[in-house]
Design a binder for this molecule. Structure first.
Ligand code: SF4
Length: 178
């Protein structure tokens, strides 16, 4: 059993914009989001962290719903121009670092969360998926939230957060199912 109070004390020290808990069954899973991956994301079919490698939306949903709780963390960064993809993407690495810090805090308590994070996996220079080989570092690879068909917007709204996407603001979210 995880000591949530201890975890909260620790994560409140991290540079997070927000964190809160939700019940996995309150999260919206939708095939429409998967359709957007397929139709619009250049990473579709290019890493183990993306569809179709992650499985059908129904399988992803079943996996997430097999956990009792979900911790959501969010970071927010100011950039000079959020239309500058390179600059915006660079901020993602700081978010990933914080995601791994939270993972380590949970692991210290003997909890192995199932983590969904941002964008496609960029741990290896060339993903093993492209060569038909198994993932080299499954422990470090976090599929992205959208890859599981998750529409995060209603979850944010239910928790009093707007999905702000100002011209100079970039927000990133990770989910930890445990
Ligand atoms: S850890 Fe490497 S092999 Fe695994 S999904 Fe990420 S890039 Fe691909």
């Amino acid at each position: 059993m995880m000591d949530l109070q201890k975890l909260e004390e620790q994560i409140s020290e991290l540079p997070l914009y927000t964190y809160f808990y939700v019940k996995p069954e309150s999260i919206e899973f939708s095939d429409r989001i998967r359709y957007i991956c397929k139709a619009e994301c250049p990473m579709y079919g290019r890493t183990w962290a993306c569809p179709p490698a992650v499985g059908e939306v129904a399988e992803c949903k079943a996996k997430c719903l097999s956990y009792e709780n979900c911790l959501v963390i969010g970071t927010i960064v100011e950039v000079t121009d959020s239309a500058d993809i390179q600059e915006s993407l660079a901020t993602r690495y700081d978010h990933e670092k914080i995601t791994n810090q939270v993972r380590d805090l949970m692991k210290e308590q003997g909890v192995q969360p199932y983590i969904l994070s941002t964008e496609a996996c960029a741990v290896c220079e060339r993903c093993a998926y492209l060569d038909g080989l198994p993932c080299r570092m499954p422990g470090k690879m976090h599929p992205c939230v959208e890859s599981h068909g998750i529409n995060i917007i209603p979850t944010l709204e239910e928790n009093g957060l707007d999905f702000v996407y100002g011209t100079n603001i970039v927000t990133w979210y990770s989910l930890f199912f445990f």
